[in-house]
Design a protein around this ligand. Structure first.
Ligand code: UDP
Ligand code: MG
Length: 315
C-alpha cells in the first residue's frame, strides 16, 4: 500500500475547512491501494481555523497539522508541508476546493505510469477580472522569454509529486520562494492535466491585485537577472547618445556661435535621466534585498504547534 500526503495550506479558511476535509476524505476512501494522510498547514490564521484543525485531528488519526507562529505566506506553508511529508507521494491542494479532488485518481494513475509529477493547469481564467488575466498572460510571456525555467501559463500548485522530487524541492532552500519557478527548475518528468477554472466554495481569495503584482516582480527577481542587464544596456545606449549630442553641440558652437535657447531640452533630459537612475537603483535594490534576506538565513517558517511526533519534527 502506497502512502500519499495531501498538503493543504490554510489561511483563514474556518468556513470551508471541514467541508473540504469531508469531501476529500470521502473521495480518497474510494481510491484503492493508497493510504492518504492530510497535512494541514495553518499559516497564522486569525480566525478559528486552528480550532477546527485540532478537532479534525482528534477525530481522525490521518489528519496531521502544523501551525505557524504568524502568517508566513502560502509558499512557506507548502514548504513546511513538504518538509513534514513522508509518504511515497505528496500532493499540494488548496483548502477552497478550487482544486478538483476528483483528479486525484488520475494523478495516481500518472504516477504509476512512471511520471515524477502530475500537475494541473487551468485552461481559462473564468471568474477573474479581465485586467488581472491580461497582466498574468504578460507575466508568463516575460518569464519564459527571460528566464531559464519554463513557466506554464495557468499552472496551479495542485500537483502530485514523488518523494524524490519533493526531496529536490526541499533542497532549494531560498527564502524568497517562488514555487512556480522552483517546480520547473528542479526538472523531472511531468504530466499535465487540464481543467477549467472553478469558483471558490467558501470565503474569498487571499490575493489582491497588488499582492499578485508583488508576487510577479518577486518571481522575476528570483529567476532572472535580465532587468539588471536591461538597465546596463539602456544606460550604455543613453551615454553614447549623450556623447554624440555633445560632439554635435561643440561643432555647432564652433561654427555658429553660442545660442541661448535649449533650456527646455536640458530640463527634459535631466528629469528623464534622473527618473531612469532612480528606477535602475530601485531594481538593483530588489536584487540586493533578496541577497540580504538570503544571507540572514532566517528560517522559512516558525512553528508554534503541531500534532506530529517529537522524533518526526524537523525543528
Ligand atoms: N494561503 C496561505 N497563506 C496565505 C494565503 C493563502 O496558506 O498567506 C492558502 C489559502 O488558505 C488557500 C491557498 O493558499 O488554501 C490558495 O489561496 P487562495 O484561494 O486565496 O488563492 P487563489 O485560489 O485565489 O489563487
Ligand atoms: Mg483559491
Amino acid at each position: 500500500m502506497k502512502e500519499i500526503d495531501i498538503i493543504v495550506p490554510c489561511y483563514n479558511e474556518e468556513e470551508g475547512i471541514e467541508y473540504f476535509y469531508q469531501t476529500v476524505k470521502q473521495l480518497v476512501s474510494e481510491i484503492k491501494n493508497y493510504a492518504f494522510t492530510f497535512i494541514f498547514v495553518n499559516d497564522g490564521s486569525v480566525d478559528g481555523t486552528l480550532c477546527k484543525l485540532r478537532s479534525l485531528a482528534g477525530k481522525d488519526s490521518a489528519v496531521k497539522y502544523l501551525s505557524f507562529s504568524r502568517n508566513f505566506g502560502k509558499e512557506a506553508a507548502m514548504y513546511a508541508g513538504l518538509e513534514y511529508s513522508s509518504g511515497d507521494y505528496a500532493v499540494i491542494m488548496d483548502a477552497d476546493l478550487q482544486d478538483d479532488p476528483l483528479l486525484l485518481t488520475e494523478m495516481t494513475k500518472a504516477m504509476e505510469e512512471g511520471y515524477d509529477c502530475c500537475a494541473t493547469r487551468r485552461m481559462d481564467r473564468k471568474g477573474e477580472p479581465r485586467i488581472r488575466s491580461w497582466f498574468a498572460r504578460r507575466f508568463y510571456r516575460l518569464m519564459n522569454r527571460f528566464t531559464d525555467v519554463e513557466l506554464i501559463d495557468g499552472a496551479r500548485d495542485y500537483r502530485m509529486m514523488t518523494r524524490q522530487m519533493v526531496q529536490a524541492i526541499l533542497k532549494v532552500r531560498e527564502r524568497e520562494r517562488f514555487s512556480k519557478g522552483i517546480f520547473g527548475w528542479v526538472g523531472f518528468r511531468y504530466k499535465w492535466l487540464e481543467y477549467t477554472n472553478r469558483e471558490r466554495v467558501y470565503g474569498t481569495t487571499k490575493w489582491s491585485f497588488w499582492s499578485l503584482f508583488r508576487y510577479a516582480v518577486g518571481g522575476i527577481v528570483a529567476f532572472s537577472t535580465m532587468p539588471l542587464k536591461l538597465f546596463m544596456a539602456l544606460g550604455g545606449g543613453i551615454s553614447v547618445c549623450a556623447l554624440l549630442f555633445m560632439m554635435y553641440k561643440i561643432i555647432k558652437t564652433l561654427v555658429l556661435g553660442v545660442d541661448v535657447p535649449g533650456y527646455a531640452s536640458i530640463v527634459v533630459l535631466i528629469t528623464f535621466l534622473g527618473g531612469m537612475n532612480l528606477f535602475a537603483t530601485g531594481m538593483v535594490g530588489l536584487y540586493l534585498g533578496n541577497v540580504y534576506s538570503e544571507v540572514k538565513k532566517r528560517p522559512i517558517y516558525i512553528l508554534r504547534e503541531s500534532n506530529f511526533d517529537e522524533r518526526k519534527e524537523k525543528q
